[in-house]
Ligand binder design. Structure first.
Ligand code: ZN
Ligand code: FE
Ligand code: FE
Ligand code: ZN
Length: 266
C-alpha cells in the first residue's frame, strides 16, 4: 500500500497543472491512493495570496469529486492543509467539520506575523537569535495545535529547517518534540514524511531521522506526502521516504477515510 496524502492544486496560486495530471502521475508511480490537500481558505482573509478564496472552495471540492468519480486505478482522497491560526480555529473547524474530508493536515507556516518559510521573507530571520526564536515559537504553536487535537496529521514537522538554519542548541528543541509527540500519540494523531524538503535549500526530507524515531517511540502514526505543487512531483522520492520510515522504526503507514485511519504494513 502506497499513498501520497499531500498534493496541491493551482487554486492555491503557487501550484501548476491540472488535477487529472496529478492523478496520472500517481497512477504511473503505482500509488494506491492520492490525497489532495490544498491550502485551506479558512480562516477567511488569512494569508490570502497563497490559497484559494472561500468562493473558490466549491471548485476544489468539484475537482476532487470528479477525480473520485473517474474510477481509475488510484483511489482519490479528499483532504485539506489547514494552517494553525491561534484564536481563529473555531472558525476554521466550523467549515472543516461541515465537509466530508478524509483527513486534515495541520501546518504552521507563520510564527505569529512572520511567514518564515516564504523565501521572500527569509532575510527577516537570518540572524541566529531570530532563528532560535522561530524554532522556539514554532514548537510552542505545534504543541498548541496537537493539544487542540482537531487535526489528523502533522505536516512537514521540522519546516523551519527549510533554508538550512538550525537552532543553536538541539536539546531544547528535542525536549519540545518529545512533549509534542507524547500529546500526539495520546490523541491518535499521525505525522507525515514530507519529501518536498529535498527540493528546498536544506535538501533533506521533513522531518529528520532523529525526530521520526521519537515520533515512532511515542506511538504517533505515519503518512507520506510529496507536497507536490506540480504534477511531476507526485510521489517524488518515495523510495527514500520509505527507507527513512523503516530506519526510524515505523512498520505501518496509515490511510484515512472520513477522518478514520487504517494501518498498512510497510
Ligand atoms: Zn503551498
Ligand atoms: Fe505547508
Ligand atoms: Fe502543502
Ligand atoms: Zn505543505
Amino acid at each position: 500500500m502506497l499513498a501520497d496524502y499531500h498534493v496541491h492544486t493551482k487554486l492555491c496560486r503557487h501550484a501548476e497543472g491540472e488535477v487529472a495530471d496529478y492523478v496520472r502521475t500517481a497512477a504511473a508511480a503505482g500509488l494506491d491512493e492520492l490525497g489532495f490537500a490544498d491550502h485551506s481558505p479558512w480562516p477567511v482573509g488569512y494569508d490570502a495570496q497563497s490559497r484559494m478564496t472561500e468562493a473558490e472552495f466549491p471548485q476544489y471540492r468539484a475537482w476532487v469529486r470528479d477525480m473520485q468519480d473517474c474510477g481509475g486505478p488510484v483511489q482519490i482522497r479528499y483532504g485539506i492543509e489547514a494552517d494553525w491560526v491561534p484564536g481563529r480555529m473555531d472558525e476554521v473547524f466550523r467549515h472543516i467539520d461541515a465537509e466530508p474530508f478524509d483527513y486534515v493536515l495541520g501546518s504552521i507556516h507563520y510564527t505569529d506575523e512572520l511567514p518564515f518559510d516564504d523565501p521572500s521573507n527569509a532575510g527577516r530571520w537570518q540572524a541566529q537569535d531570530q532563528v532560535d526564536q522561530v524554532w522556539r515559537r514554532y514548537a510552542e504553536l505545534m504543541l498548541e495545535m496537537v493539544r487542540d487535537g482537531r487535526i489528523d496529521i502533522l505536516a512537514h514537522f521540522d519546516l523551519p529547517k527549510k533554508f538550512g538554519w538550525r537552532p543553536s542548541r538541539e536539546a531544547p528543541f528535542l525536549e519540545s518534540v518529545d512533549e509534542i509527540f507524547r500529546a500526539a500519540g495520546e490523541r491518535g494523531l499521525a505525522l507525515e514524511i514530507n519529501t518536498s524538503g529535498l527540493r528546498k535549500p536544506v535538501s533533506e526530507i521533513y522531518p529528520s531521522l532523529v525526530v521520526l524515531k521519537r515520533a515512532c517511540e511515542r506511538g504517533v502514526g505515519l503518512t507520506l506526502g510529496s507536497d507536490a505543487h506540480a504534477p511531476g512531483d507526485v510521489a517524488a522520492d518515495f523510495p527514500a521516504a520509505l527507507d527513512l520510515a523503516r530506519a526510524a522504526g515505523f512498520r505501518e503507514l496509515r490511510t484515512y477515510r472520513r477522518r478514520q485511519f487504517t494501518g498498512h504494513r510497510i
